[in-house]
Design a protein around this ligand. Structure first.
Ligand code: FCX
Length: 435
């Protein structure tokens, strides 16, 4: 099939059968116990969700449908031979579990362009906010405005049978993914440029088009955007944005409602907003010493200053990873290839040497290593996207490619309303024998 929907139509019954079999024959398989520590510790380590697109190993990092980032870079079609994986290719892979060929990816590119038309009132909804509103607030508002055209909501009101929920969910998810770059680019141009919309280019792929609509046409920046969107798309199911989308979707809220909620979680500084915080932190280092070319001692002093004022070092640490994030590593490789002499890239490299031993010494940080957000800012800055408050919007566009497919599968597999059990503090004390 060159058409993604036809591919899904074939796959859905097969997957439904697998889930049915698991529920029927293995319902009581023990997946690990729940401890008090988990309940008070943000549910770390508690297996509680099924997520089809990707899984994170603490040491090795992300695998998209079983494939590491270097494997994806090798196997997935790029804009040119040997180019970075196209986000369309990742979308195809996450949804179907199959590696698409160039023809399939080109057909998906075209389909996304066809779906990309943004209703006028979505721009107006954004315009109702002051230009000073945070870009993520404007983005979430824009997504809520897009919800007006939800096919799922229409189908539900029309009494669609639950066995067909996944079909309008597919329509909504693809329309949402297709329209986000236009909404996101509008916000950028509204806040930082002349406010004029740069129309979609019918010859460009998804990542390149987003860069183009932002106002960037340097082929190297287009290539970085393809990589950026691909690696930020998915990071298994338990992170705040993905889990939020899944949770909200479980009440049969449509993909727009679920994704807007996910964006609001992504906008928190411990999650997606960390990319903004990293570049701001790096700029403050440069401001403090007057140059990015600083000594290890100066950098170490600055890190201690951050920690002593009760703040985290942004871009370091992770809820699951216990090693350097491969999403960091592939951005570093991109930088080594294209901007090895950039002073801020060199500073990022130095930070990677100095931060981990300091965090380790604190004795409480489970992972002192850099995560995805530690690197993206200096690359964007190098290519002229210097406005760090916008960075989380880029992350948000990418995340739709991870949560959209899962929402489709959630509906195809009839995943139920999510409703875990909570306990009161008194009950917890009683269970612990501490009261
Ligand atoms: N700087 C300073 N202290 C840190 C730290 C850091 N980078 N990372 C963890 N710690 C501290 C925690 O604040 C916590 O302190 P406390 O006991 O006094 O509250 C302690 O170490 C134990 O935390 P830990 O179990 O290692 O980490 P968590 O799973 O609770 O939290 C995050 C993980 C990512 C939230 C944490 O490492 C952090 O705040 N990092 C900085 C922000 C960041 O980069 N976020 C982006 C993460 C990710 F890549 C993404 O979602 O985009």
């Amino acid at each position: 099939n060159t058409d993604l929907y036809s591919e899904m139509k074939e796959l859905v019954p097969e997957y439904q059968e697998r889930v049915k079999k698991l529920k029927k024959d293995h319902a009581n398989v023990d997946l690990g116990k729940t401890t008090l520590d988990m309940v008070l510790g943000g549910m770390r380590g508690m297996t509680a969700l099924v997520w089809l697109g990707s899984a994170v190993d603490p040491d090795e990092g992300i695998r998209f449908r079983g494939m590491t980032i270097p494997e994806c870079q090798k196997a997935l079609p790029g804009a040119f031979p040997g180019g970075e994986p196209l986000p369309e290719a990742i979308l195809w892979l996450l949804l179907t579990g199959k590696i698409p060929n160039k023809e399939q990816v080109d057909s998906l590119s075209q389909e996304l362009r066809r779906r990309a038309k943004i209703p006028e009132y979505a721009y107006k909804a954004i315009d109702a906010l002051p230009v000073s509103a945070h870009p993520m607030t404007q983005f979430s508002t824009g997504v809520m405005a897009l919800q007006v055209e939800s096919e799922f909501q229409k189908a539900y009101e029309g009494g669609v049978h639950k066995s067909r929920y996944w079909e309008p969910t597919y329509e909504d998810s693809l329309n949402l993914i297709a329209r986000l770059p236009g909404i996101a680019a509008y916000i950028y141009r509204r806040i930082y440029k002349d406010g004029k919309i740069i129309p979609l280019d019918d010859t460009l792929d998804y990542g390149a088009n987003y860069a183009h609509m932002l106002g960037f046409d340097d082929p190297e920046m287009l290539e970085f955007m393809r990589l950026y969107i691909s690696i930020h798309s998915d990071h298994e199911g338990g992170n705040v944005s993905s889990h939020t989308a899944h949770l909200v979707g479980s009440s049969l809220s449509d993909p727009y409602l679920a994704f807007a909620a996910a964006l609001n979680g992504l906008a928190g500084p411990l999650h997606g907003l960390a990319n903004q915080e990293v570049l701001r932190w790096i700029r403050n280092v440069v401001k403090e010493f007057g140059t990015p070319n600083i000594s290890t001692e100066q950098l170490s002093d600055y890190i201690h200053k951050t920690l002593n004022s009760g703040q985290v070092v942004p871009g370091y640490g992770h809820g699951v990873l216990r090693n350097t994030d491969p999403r960091y590593t592939c951005q570093r490789e991109f930088a080594l290839k294209h901007l090895p002499n950039d002073p801020l890239f060199q500073l990022v490299s130095k930070i990677k040497e100095v931060v981990p031993p300091i965090l380790t010494k604190l004795g409480k940080v489970k992972s002192p290593w850099p995560n995805v957000d530690a690197h993206s800012g200096v690359l964007l800055n190098y290519y002229g996207l210097t406005e760090e408050n916008y960075y989380t919007v880029l992350f948000g566009v990418a995340r739709s490619i991870g949560v959209g497919p899962q929402l489709i599968w959630d509906r195809a597999l009839g995943m139920p309303l999510e409703r875990p059990k909570s306990v009161t503090l008194e009950k917890l004390e009683k269970l612990a024998g501490a009261s």
